[in-house]
Design a binder for this molecule. Structure first.
Ligand SMILES: *Cc1c(COP(=O)(O)O)cnc(C)c1O
Length: 391
């Protein structure tokens, strides 16, 4: 009885936040917003006939991304997972290495590690940022690792631990200064999974520009979309050249000869998608503004709900608030599914966090630290409608 009530209470609060009456239609979790030059640029792209692997929009999109984020280089690719795959290869990840990632992340982070023939090694997050916890990471690496010939080796598995992939959960930046310090101390490369956090800043600097390489996604549900797409960010000129080369089948530049100097990937972003991206990126600051206004509305609507917090950006961070997040108190964690049922039944799309990756069959044998915060958060997170168009 009690449980039924909380589901309906949450529906009421969300409707109040979104200013929707009883007759409101379905509200998706996140839908794209095409109110700028999308049609114009795509028409131009079609008229040019350059819809595929060559054309001006790919170059323009890469320059615009680099200007916006402050990364010296941006390489546009087919999706965020491909961007992660190539970034890990360029960070030196080899078959049978281990790569440190959070268990609380989208499955793509672990899949990309696996594509390199490497093994995900799961660590915990903190509830300040929902992202990787630097202190817990340091303690764990001290316990499990040993330095041998300049590389960190997992004492239990005997494998090299090569890199760390912090992920900025729902757009909220991790504590990158602390994570970089741990990475330096243990000789680990950092690849940022900033797939969700375009526009988010930590201490005034864009996420995705702290590590050796950073990754963006422009899937249809992200803050801006190219239909499907992604990008690799880096300040390292040599890595940028390699990223471009590897993602374009490792073809040697030549007027007519077709020659490739290694096994490459067909990961480049088509011009048609880049045209959409150029139009979307022009509007990113408006989307950010709308998302900040939306979190404020949720905060007001939920202010009398003692056991539910609307997650606010961590200290020193400007979050893009990609997905708005409710955190249930431990006391009502058992009501999570009831709330999910009640909201979805009322046409308000909500969802829990991802099932933790270390519990998936194919990753269950991977090494891991203690994951109590991730396990607690998994039971208490609910994402609620977050589209910029709701404002
Ligand atoms: C969306 C996402 C990706 C992958 O992006 P795709 O473009 O869908 O391949 C990777 N990591 C995280 C955390 C994501 O949310």
């Amino acid at each position: 009885m009690m449980e039924k009530k909380i589901g309906l209470e949450v529906v009421r609060c969300i409707k109040a936040a979104l200013d929707r009456g009883e007759d409101a239609t379905f509200v998706p979790l996140h839908e794209p917003c095409f109110k700028g030059n999308e049609s114009k640029f795509i028409q131009e792209c079609l008229a040019s006939t350059f819809v595929s692997s060559v054309g001006k929009y790919v170059d323009e999109f890469e320059v615009a991304l680099s200007n916006y984020t402050g990364a010296k280089h941006a390489i546009a690719v087919v999706n965020g997972t491909a961007a992660l795959h190539i970034s890990l290869l360029l960070a030196g990840v080899l078959p049978n290495d281990e790569v440190i990632i959070p268990s609380l992340t989208f499955v793509a982070t672990a899949n990309a590690v696996s594509y390199c023939g490497a093994i995900p090694h799961f660590v915990d997050v903190n509830d300040r940022t929902l992202g990787m916890d630097a202190d817990a990471l340091k303690d764990w690496l001290r316990f499990i690792g040993i330095q041998r010939d300049g590389v960190l080796v997992n004492k239990e598995s005997g494998r090299v631990i090569r890199a760390i992939v912090p992920m900025h959960t729902f757009g909220h930046p991790c504590e990158m200064d602390l994570i970089l310090e741990v990475a330096r101390d243990f000789n680990l490369a950092v690849v940022e999974d900033s797939a969700e956090s375009l526009g988010s800043k930590y201490c005034g600097q864009h996420t995705g520009t702290f590590g050796l390489l950073g990754v963006l996604s422009f899937n249809g549900n992200k803050i801006i979309t190219t239909g499907g797409g992604g990008a690799i960010l880096t300040n390292n000129h040599e890595l940028a050249l390699k990223a471009k080369h590897l993602t374009t089948t490792a073809k040697l530049s030549h007027a007519w000869s077709y020659r490739h100097d290694q096994i490459g990937y067909n990961y480049r972003m088509p011009n048609l998608n880049a045209a959409l991206g150029c139009a979307q990126l022009e509007q990113v600051n408006e989307f950010l503004k709308a998302k900040c206004a939306l979190v404020e509305r949720y905060r007001l609507a939920f202010q009398d709900m003692r056991d539910i917090k609307v997650f606010k950006q961590p200290k020193n961070a400007n979050s893009n608030y990609w997905l708005q997040t409710l955190i249930l108190d431990e006391l009502i964690a058992d009501s999570r599914n009831e709330i999910l049922h009640a909201t979805n039944n009322s046409g308000i799309m909500t969802r829990p966090a991802w099932d933790l990756l270390h519990r998936l069959d194919h990753f269950s044998a991977c090494p891991r630290s203690e994951l109590s915060v991730s396990e607690s958060l998994e039971r208490r997170i609910i994402n609620v409608p977050s589209s910029a168009g709701l404002i």
